[in-house]
Design a protein around this ligand. Structure first.
Ligand SMILES: [Zn+2]
Length: 184
């Protein structure tokens, strides 16, 4: 296993973040190594999700670890087949460190995907996990969360202050519960 370099906005290679990706067709050892490296890199950076383009690999794969008891999940060739509800919450991204912004996402979803052996699975997700899946899924289509912002991007140092200011508003307080502290 090895750590991969994360592609960041404003750094060389950033075009990978706005590129389309190819379906994974070969479920071989190379793919397993890529997935292991992505998981290791995600944990090393303190993220809860990481998509192929973020390590310069333009393939439809992402990894996530949102619910610790569920462990690491490798998602290949995903397809969101159902979506329901709407919620707004702050998101961050390992490709744009320390910056956060509010994004509207579906609250619940159903995802079809393949594992490292090419086997098909179906997963239902809600809340933060559903949000993470939509964020990573967007990466596979070359879309950064900054393209879907509601309001402004804020630096993490401003975030706690902004939330304090919003504490009168019940809705805002709810959003705080859904805050994504690190990437996806
Ligand atoms: Zn991201």
């Amino acid at each position: 296993m090895a750590l991969r370099n994360i592609v960041k906005i404003g750094e060389p290679g950033e075009s990978a973040l706005n590129s389309s990706t190819r379906e994974v067709k070969r479920f071989d050892d190379r793919l397993k190594i890529l997935a292991e490296d992505m998981i290791e890199t995600m944990h090393a950076e303190g993220g809860i999700g990481l998509a192929g383009p973020q390590v310069g690999i333009l393939k439809r794969i992402f990894v996530m670890n949102v619910i610790p008891e569920e462990g690491d999940i490798i998602v290949i060739n995903p397809e969101i087949v159902e979506k329901d509800g709407e919620s707004v919450a702050y998101e961050g991204c390992l490709s744009l460190p320390q910056m956060y912004g509010q994004v509207k996402r579906s609250t619940n979803l159903k995802l079809k995907y393949q594992d490292l052996n090419g086997e098909f699975h179906e997963m239902e997700a809600e809340g933060l996990k559903a949000r993470c899946i939509q964020h990573e899924y967007d990466h596979l289509d070359g879309i950064m969360f900054t393209e879907k912002l509601i309001g402004q991007l804020v630096h993490e140092s401003q975030l706690s202050q902004e939330e304090d200011n919003n504490n009168d508003d019940n809705n805002q307080t709810e959003k705080k519960d859904d805050l994504i502290a690190e990437e996806e």
